[in-house]
Ligand binder design. Structure first.
Ligand code: SIN
Ligand code: FE
Length: 291
């Protein structure tokens, strides 16, 4: 399977021909990474002082800007906090306009979730297996039920020293699911309801969320799988941008520092080909509805 679908544009406002847009959407939904080697998110001169891991509060690995404007993961306040927030918000706006123009079918259905700034070097950051993003995984979060909705992410490497962001990309979603689904357990729906009602999870977890988390944890915990499954190293250079469905692409981030990232959520029904969604694939493999 080819992993990258490369698009050689260098301007966030450059319009692609309709066929090129259709090919991009098809590549994305088939589980490829859209790669824009020349599409850089240029920092403004006044934003240069933000290129330090000190912006992080030392506990969170990322600084994140919630769609409601709340900034998390930093102890910076006042003028420095505002500068940080404005850079992240600038990326959010750029990424949102870009994806809406790239896949017009998504435009009115894209839900903007968090935007993050990742100023901490990944390599050598300690983490237990299930929190370790240097291990291949699909994205799934215990307290953020997706109920089948897609997770689409835009990444831009803004490293000032030219260091690449190094990813490994593994096998296709269905091959991975066939390995880890048999051992995946669905929890009690009544309990999921209690956690959702108390606000411990942001909404009620569905069977789909239980299975996706089981695939995430199952793959990350399996040393043999991590070592032996075919995987390709990709080095995203500084000044490049890439987009993929991180709930579908098996990915691991091994090294790199200074990336901006925008997350979108999207209903399965907004996809060009909903049958390719993890929800529909897992429902087919499991033989039942999962939301
Ligand atoms: C991840 O989603 O696992 C991390 C991606 C990155 O920060 O490059
Ligand atoms: Fe991830």
């Amino acid at each position: 399977m080819s992993i990258l679908h490369t698009i050689e544009i260098a301007d966030w406002n450059e319009a692609l021909a309709p066929e090129a847009r259709a090919q991009a959407a098809d590549a994305l939904e088939s589980g490829m990474v859209l790669y824009f080697p020349r599409l850089a998110f240029a920092l403004e001169e006044k934003e240069r002082p933000l290129l330090t891991p000190d912006v992080s509060n030392g506990r969170a690995k990322n600084v994140s800007l919630k769609p409601d404007g709340e900034l998390r993961g930093t102890s910076w306040t006042g003028e420095k906090g505002e500068l940080l927030k404005s850079m992240i918000a600038r990326f959010a706006g750029t990424a949102t306009r870009f994806v809406a123009a790239l896949v017009p079918a998504y435009a009115s259905r894209l839900q903007r979730a968090s935007t993050s700034y990742r100023p901490v070097e990944i390599a050598g950051r300690p983490a237990s297996a299930v929190y370790d993003d240097t291990r291949l995984h699909v994205d799934s979060f215990p307290s953020r039920p997706m109920r089948g909705q897609r997770i689409l992410r835009v990444f831009s490497n803004v490293n000032p020293a030219g260091a690449p962001r190094v990813w490994h990309v593994g096998e296709d979603f269905e091959s991975m699911a066939q390995k880890f689904l048999p051992a995946a357990r669905e929890g009690s729906r009544a309990w999921a309801h209690v956690l959702g009602t108390l606000g411990i999870t942001k909404g009620v977890r569905s069977r789909y969320d239980d299975l996706m988390l089981a695939l995430h944890d199952g793959a990350k915990r399996d040393d043999n799988y991590q070592r032996n499954v075919p995987q390709t190293e990709i080095r995203f250079p500084s000044g490049s941008t890439w987009i993929c469905y991180t709930d579908q692409v098996m990915h691991a981030a091994l090294a790199g520092q200074y990336v901006l990232e925008q997350t979108f959520h999207l209903e399965v029904g907004a996809m060009v080909a909903p049958a390719r969604s993890p929800l529909r694939v897992l429902e087919r493999l499991r033989g039942r509805a999962l939301v």
